[in-house]
Design a binder for this molecule. Structure first.
Ligand code: DGL
Length: 263
């Protein structure tokens, strides 16, 4: 890996910024190209075939255009559907984002865990296999949310989102099983940490919200190897929307990059 590597961070929208934020904390020296495939958002409402057909060639074009040293698929829906074909097709290393079922089940004391993801992610065999392999003694409730990613995008764009809209999406995560209650919820979509404060405020009882972003960032740092450049020397960053639009509240996006951004 070069001393100052180039990272391509990819999501269907702005959720991947929650992963980027952790990566740039560890590697402020990396050059970052963030691509939001908003022209095809939301992936969670699409079929596996459609997402593979969209993402695999698009990532090929982005690799050709930006020559990244490493690609982060900062989207659970895209990772669970496309990591295998991407790794088979391209030589560059990929880091994916898949539902954090193993750490959630390890952390749960009540052994009742919910997985909150897009409708597509919770439907996939990939996710069900993670539960079979890693749930151990936990009872896992899969909750597919049709609207929460779009609500998070809207909130980041400065549009008002009601508590009722959010609560309707998260309510099925809170399960009472006799006297035993869910105590951990996996944030299995990178958009959801954007709403974390509101999720905590609306929860019927306190739970651990499991966000895998710091672990993903550590994995990226390990693969990049070497030490980060001294703090205060962040490299340039680029934000690309596949629709070609400009974000209505681009100022709200800057803190995720921790540096000036060309859009
Ligand atoms: N950010 C995506 C994920 O992590 C989902 C958003 C979408 O439905 O496109 O699953």
């Amino acid at each position: 890996m070069p001393a100052s590597p180039t990272l391509l961070v990819f999501d269907s929208g702005l959720g991947g910024l929650t992963v980027l934020r952790e990566i740039v904390r560890l590697r402020p020296d990396a050059r970052v190209v963030y691509v939001a495939d908003d022209a095809f958002f939301p992936y969670g409402q699409r079929s596996e075939e459609a997402v593979i057909g969209r993402v695999v060639p698009l990532i090929g074009e982005l690799i050709a255009a930006h020559a990244p040293d490493l690609v982060v698929i900062a989207c659970n829906t895209a990772s669970t559907m496309t990591l295998a074909p991407l790794r088979a097709r391209y030589k560059v290393p990929f880091v994916g984002t898949v539902p954090a079922i193993k750490p959630a089940c390890a952390a749960s004391r009540t052994k009742r865990v919910s997985v909150l993801g897009t409708s597509a992610t919770v439907r996939l065999e990939y996710t069900r296999a993670l539960i079979r392999d890693f749930a151990q003694a936990c009872k896992v409730t899969l909750v597919g949310s049709a609207h929460l990613a779009a609500l998070a995008e809207a909130a980041l764009g400065g549009r008002p989102i009601s508590d009722q809209q959010i609560f309707a999406e998260i309510a099925p995560c809170f399960v009472k099983d006799g006297g035993v209650r869910t105590d951990a919820v996996v944030l299995a979509c990178t958009h959801y940490p954007l709403l974390l404060d509101r999720l905590k405020a609306l929860a019927p009882w306190p739970v651990d919200w499991i966000d895998p972003a710091p672990a993903i960032a550590r994995r990226v740092a390990t693969l990049l190897g070497g030490a980060a450049a001294p703090a205060g020397s962040p490299r340039d960053a680029q934000l690309i929307f596949t629709s070609g639009r400009r974000h209505p509240a681009s100022g709200a996006l800057l803190p995720f990059f921790g540096r000036p951004v060309a859009a």
